[in-house]
Design a protein around this ligand. Structure first.
Ligand code: ADP
Ligand code: MG
Length: 322
């Protein structure tokens, strides 16, 4: 059996890098971080709990990827570039068959974003993974939820709904054939954080949020914090490749209120459309214009003919009754 310190040394400690803002990494009482002069730190935590955010027995490599991806997604939604993160881990047992692939999935994504694991905590307990991530953003360029203005366009990155479609398949809510489920599943297990797009949108977009609980609910946070309303073209929402093959009714439901998409929803002035498209190309991320911010409060949905749609949609809430 591995001791706590063997485990940290073997799976989570790596040689320190030159030119890193992490002045002191794993091994002391605290890590020391020296943020680049003049930048603001963007900080976010996300916890993944077995049985709540992932199925018991979930693939450890994908889990390692996902727990960092959801944190990177928060940085993306702020326009921040990743710097470093901490990992607090409760584990039922120090099992090499789990730790090895978990740390590989985690650190492979960390390397791709040049984001250093600088510390954490390890304890025995029900499987629970909590990451706190640190990013940097120039002052006045962060993409805040309270910054949307009437007249702004509303944009979405990538596609929506395939993660929710995979969940529906696992839960047998729909008869989903096996190939379809296998093709949609990576959107649920291994989301792609839109870090490059978030950084490219600095100085162009106004407000942004990452879509974790469903577009309607998450856009609702921007509207609430900005004191504005919006109209959305429900039938212009980009559906995932697998969801596109489903009924129009399901497409609307899962693009509007799916959850677990980790795409960005952002607003930008209408005179910056070309710049938004250029930011999308620069970061190799598709972007689609799906509506507009309006002064009148509330969210109005339109169909393809511009007619009002009245759909009862709710976003995901951990404490709502089932
Ligand atoms: P302390 O008891 O002083 O908090 P620990 O014994 O918990 O210190 O941790 C020893 C070192 O290992 C610290 O630098 C801590 O940040 C690091 N560490 C502990 N767990 C992890 C982990 N899961 N991932 C990365 N670093 C970790
Ligand atoms: Mg500790």
């Amino acid at each position: 059996m591995l001791s706590e310190f063997d485990l940290i040394a073997r799976y989570f400690t790596r040689p320190s890098r030159r030119f890193s803002p992490v002045t002191l990494g794993i091994g002391d009482d605290c890590a020391l971080l020296s943020p680049p002069h003049g930048s603001q730190l963007a900080i976010s935590s996300d916890m993944l709990v077995e049985g709540r955010h992932f199925f018991p027995g979930a693939d450890p490599f994908q889990l390692g990827h996902k727990c960092l991806a959801v944190n990177l997604s928060d940085l993306a939604a702020m326009g921040a570039a990743p710097v470093a993160f901490t990992l607090a881990l409760a584990l039922p047992e120090a099992n090499a068959e789990w730790l090895e692939p978990f740390s590989k999935g985690l650190l492979a994504l960390a390397d791709r974003h040049d984001c250093e694991l600088m510390g954490g905590d390890t304890t025995k307990g029900p499987l629970n993974i909590c990451i706190t991530i640190f990013g940097q953003v120039p002052p006045d360029q962060s993409l805040r939820r309270d910054a949307a203005r009437p007249g702004d366009d509303i944009w979405i990155s990538g596609t929506l709904g395939d993660a929710r479609l995979a969940l529906a398949g696992y839960r047998n809510e729909l008869p989903l054939d096996k190939d379809m489920l296998n093709a949609a599943a990576p959107r649920m297990h291994a989301p792609t954080p839109r870090v490059g797009l978030g950084v490219a949108l600095r100085g162009i977009a106004r407000a942004a949020i990452d879509i974790s609980d469903g577009l309607v609910g998450d856009l609702g946070h921007i509207l609430h914090r900005s004191g504005v309303g919006a109209s959305l073209d429900a039938d212009l929402l980009p559906a995932g490749a697998m969801l596109s093959a489903q009924s129009a009714e399901l497409r609307r439901r899962f693009t509007l209120a799916g959850g677990d998409d980790y795409e960005l929803c952002f607003t930008a002035p209408a005179n910056r459309r070309d710049d938004v498209l250029a930011a999308g190309s620069l970061s190799s991320t598709p972007v689609t214009r799906v509506g507009s911010i309006e002064a009148a409060p509330g969210l109005r949905l339109r169909d393809a003919d511009g007619k009002p749609l009245d759909l009862q949609l709710t976003s995901f809430d951990h404490f709502a009754s089932p």
